[in-house]
Design a protein around this ligand. Structure first.
Ligand code: NAD
Ligand code: MG
Length: 379
């Protein structure tokens, strides 16, 4: 026993993965890596493996198995490839599994990790949006712990640490409003990919950055919060807070509100999850309270951000509706990023998919969730 926490980081080459590894780099005495995974970027994965010396690496896209193996030969690191391997490694016992794959591709390893009763630091919100109805009871049954990394949920998680569920009146997530907060609806029709990728406060992967520009992100986060904190739609809300200093607020029955503040850097919530139940220090720029600090709040304009309205409609409805919303949005965002559709088409595609409904597949099992998701994408 080394006394170090053993971690697996899924989605190690992404934005959340990189932030996680930068914290681990600062604390070589506290953490050891069991596994690192990536989709196809074998070059970055090999570099990370050389630096962090995990027991194994998994490249999801099997086409990159050979070049990855060649890069890591002689280092004593087991190299695995493919979806099955990803799921298998998710069941291998660690102290904490960081789930930072983007999109529904992250569901399979999270599901296996939940079944295996792992402690999971969850960044991947799509997983709970599509399968929260299965994941939450399975986590309870198998003794798996979910520590939210998404900054708003991490904020709420911190605010609720010593509180009783019955005292909560309202949970509010904040939203920066993204790059188009000040634009008119007319101006937003023709924005470019480059404009949509320019988030004012956060540096994130492309999918969540576009979701922030459409504000689908905040809608997905409301659904994620409903599962994590077991609240109905009437107890959940989101507001614009352009400074991204407060990430979440909880109102209690006695009129008190608790809020969590932190700089807009994912290393704040990730460090909370890595250190939990203790706090993990890290070398970062903090607030400078010798300067004036402004905290503004405003309601979200649902007309201007139809993706947010669509997600809000789905909140508290059937699991199938949430799966359709998520799948259609992932497809539409990918098409937008490929230059195939315009920004305003994203909400139109999601709206049409929701109106068309499901073909009768009921999302009663993990396999059914995957099947319904596939069907929507093929459509
Ligand atoms: P990213 O695009 O930067 O990284 C995604 C990671 O997942 C990469 O390592 C990639 O190799 C891997 N991956 C992608 N497709 C895969 C597949 N099919 N199979 C296996 N691995 C695959 O994404 P990100 O911004 O780090 O976001 C990760 C998740 O965290 C998302 O669900 C996002 O919504 C959530 N999140 C991100 C942030 C942020 O600041 N980036 C904040 C809150 C929540
Ligand atoms: Mg968030």
């Amino acid at each position: 026993m080394t006394g170090k926490k053993r971690l697996s980081v899924f989605g190690a080459t992404g934005s959340v993965g990189s932030s996680t590894l930068s914290l681990i780099r600062e604390h070589p005495d506290k953490f050891a890596l069991h596994a690192l995974s990536a989709n196809s970027d074998y070059h970055s994965l090999a570099q990370l493996a050389q630096e962090f010396q995990p027991s194994c690496v998994v490249i999801a896209d099997e086409a990159f198995y050979t070049p990855l193996s060649e890069r890591l030969s002689g280092l004593g690191i087991t190299v695995l490839a493919g979806q099955k391997a990803l799921e298998e490694v998710a069941t291998q016992k660690v102290d904490l599994l960081v789930a930072a794959i983007v999109g529904l591709a992250g569901l399979a390893p999270v599901w296996r990790a939940v079944e295996a009763g792992q402690n999971i630091a969850l960044a991947n919100k799509e997983t709970l949006v599509a399968a929260g109805h299965l994941i939450m009871p399975a986590a309870e049954k198998n003794g798996a712990t979910l520590l939210p990394i998404d900054s708003e949920h991490n904020a709420i998680f911190q605010c609720l640490r010593y509180e009783s569920q019955a005292d909560i009146k309202k949970i509010i997530l904040t939203a920066s409003g993204g790059p188009f907060r000040e634009m008119s609806i007319a101006e937003m029709q023709n924005v470019t990919i480059e404009q949509a990728l320019l988030h004012p406060n956060w540096s994130m992967g492309p999918k969540v950055t576009i979701d922030s520009a459409t504000m689908m992100n905040k809608g997905l986060e409301l659904i994620e919060a409903a599962w994590l904190f077991d609240r109905g739609a009437e107890k959940l809300d989101a507001i614009i807070h352009p400074q991204s200093s407060i990430h979440g607020l909880v109102g209690f029955k006695d009129g008190s509100w608790l809020a969590q503040l932190g700089i807009a850097d994912m290393r704040v919530p990730i460090s909370y999850a890595l250190g939990w139940p203790d706090r993990l220090g890290w070398q970062g720029q903090d607030f400078d309270f010798s300067q004036a600090l402004q905290l503004d709040f405003a309601p979200i304009d649902g007309q201007k951000f139809p993706c947010f309205s669509l997600a809000k409609q789905v909140l508290g409805q059937s699991a199938e509706q949430a799966i359709i919303l998520n799948a259609a949005n992932e497809m539409a965002v990918a098409q937008f990023l490929a230059g195939e559709i315009g920004f305003a088409d994203i909400s139109t595609i999601v709206e049409r998919a929701l109106a068309a409904g499901d073909s009768g597949i009921k999302a009663h099992s993990y396999e059914a969730v995957i099947a319904l998701d596939r069907e929507i994408r093929q459509r």
